[in-house]
Ligand binder design. Structure first.
Ligand code: ATP
Length: 463
């Protein structure tokens, strides 16, 4: 039988008052998997440029990739996804028309290069609606889309998600467990001790479970969204085992395993010139520290970097805790690789890089000038005034020709990588512990095993 690939992407299916794009997509996915839809990948959760100012939370978009027997079947699925957006938003997010621009898009066939290019640009840049319009013009025929609200913005995320196939390079997984509607808004009932126990068992292969400095679990969001918890890690089977270790005292109607670009640093665009550090871009660059870091009111630490032709501010904010102490040890002349989102200039500061991680490439040796030692008795000599030589305070020896001595002081800052504490991590930031564990790729067609758990039991896809 001939099959057609379909890639169905969603974004902005939420509003500040409720709902969540991943929750909507997981409910739809559960329906489709129950009916035997043949997935060709785990559902993808793509985090896009964290610098986008109009994101609700983590700038995530979700894509379901599958294969179907005919284009008619694909169109039916698309229509179902669309009508379910109205149903979902009606139930979870009454004021969505005011705040959101939800979108669903479906690409039929192997994702073409234009869409892939668009997807990778949305990881680090601001994509204007005009660029979206140009793309829509070029891919007519193979791309179906609909915007239930008043604007097209959600289409940027939906199509960018489709374009980020994650077939080459690194990725991770996240198991997201959702709450029963009548529990949304109440305190999450998951035992803290069981999260710590899970972290002790599976911490090597999972990411950001617990912040021991502040004694706080990191797997649970706050506030009234439908997500109960998310466990992130290297492989799906570890996540399923870790999830089964948790003591949860509320219903978990649904859980889904996503393949994702979280914790891969995929958003950091390498640039060589600070002129390319445009506002809202996510970048990384090698540069020289040009001013001594200073701690300002509020506890933020600021310094400047230069590439020789331009200079910008870099900020390590108060919530990054002890990371600021490392940053404060920098000295002008140090060579660093810095990365993060560029904040636009304001009347009070220039363009500022919000520091996510730092690589100290070279800590410039510190040289201090000292008075010479007395050649007769070894005591430290004293200056007799500018250009008048030195005199020994102990034995009285005088020398007109003696000069100050240069001494290299060992720096307490060692070259290497430094990162903020787990609680200050954002979705895309790669922890140092993942260095060297990056994955190299994923098969183009893959039938995943357990993807959806209903009431804790797998809706198994493999027969
Ligand atoms: P949730 O986590 O609940 O899905 P969110 O933080 O992902 O919320 P959205 O509500 O999806 O935020 O809003 C982000 C909006 O920004 C979407 O409309 C998306 O299409 C758009 N967007 C995403 N990336 C870019 C980009 N690089 N340039 C311009 N717009 C973007």
């Amino acid at each position: 039988m001939r099959y057609i690939e379909i890639h169905v992407g969603f974004d902005d299916v939420d509003s500040p008052s409720g709902g969540c794009t991943t929750h909507y997509a997981s409910l739809l996915l559960a329906k489709w998997v129950k009916r035997g839809l043949e997935l060709i990948d785990y559902p993808n959760l793509t985090r896009l440029n964290p610098g986008v100012p109009w994101k609700t939370r983590g700038n995530g978009s979700v894509v379901i990739r599958a294969r179907v027997e005919s284009e008619d079947r694909a169109k039916d699925l698309f229509e179902e996804a669309l009508s379910f957006i109205y149903e979902y938003l009606g139930a979870y997010s009454e004021d969505w028309k005011k705040y959101s621009q939800p979108a669903v898009a479906m690409y039929v066939g192997e994702v073409e290069d234009r869409i892939k290019w668009f997807g990778s640009k949305a990881l680090y840049d601001i994509v204007p609606i005009s660029l979206l319009e140009l793309l829509l013009d070029k891919v007519r025929g193979r791309l179906y889309y609909s915007i239930p609200g008043s604007g097209k913005r959600g289409l940027i995320g939906a199509i960018a998600g489709i374009g980020n196939r994650m077939l080459r390079g690194d990725y991770t997984y996240e198991l997201v467990a959702y709450r029963s509607p009548d529990y949304i808004g109440s305190e999450r009932k998951v035992s803290k001790e069981s999260i710590i126990a899970m972290d002790k068992l599976y911490g090597r292969d999972t990411i950001l479970n617990y912040d021991y400095e502040t004694d706080r679990p990191l797997i649970m969001p706050h506030g009234p969204d439908p997500v109960l918890l998310g466990i992130r890690g290297e492989e799906p089977d570890i996540l399923l085992k870790a999830f089964s270790k948790l003591d949860i005292y509320e219903p978990v109607p649904l859980a889904v395993v996503y393949r994702t670009n979280q914790h891969t640093d995929q958003h950091l665009k390498p640039i060589n010139n600070l002129k390319e550090a445009y506002p809202y871009r996510s970048i990384k660059i090698y540069a020289q520290v040009s001013t001594k870091p200073r701690r300002i009111l509020g506890g933020h630490v600021l310094f400047k970097i230069t590439d020789g032709s331009d200079e910008i501010d870099v900020a390590a904010y108060q919530p990054t805790g002890g990371f600021r102490d490392i940053v404060e040890m920098l000295e002008p002349g140090d060579l660093v690789e810095v990365m993060g989102v560029i904040r636009p200039p304001s009347s009070r500061h220039g363009r500022t890089l919000n520091l996510e991680k730092i690589h100290v490439v070279m800590a410039k040796p510190k040289i201090v000038l000292e008075n010479p030692k007395c050649p007769k008795c070894g005591a430290r000599m004293k200056s007799m005034g500018r250009n008048k030589g030195f005199k020994c305070p102990k034995c009285g020896f005088k020398s007109k020709s003696a000069t100050k001595i240069k001494r290299v002081v060992k720096r307490s800052l060692e070259p290497g990588w430094y990162e903020p504490p787990p609680r200050a991590f954002k979705h895309l930031m790669k922890p140092i512990k993942r260095f060297g564990r990056e994955k190299e790729g994923f098969p183009k067609i893959y039938r995943p095993g357990t993807v959806v758990l209903v009431e804790g039991r797998s809706l198994s896809i493999r027969s």
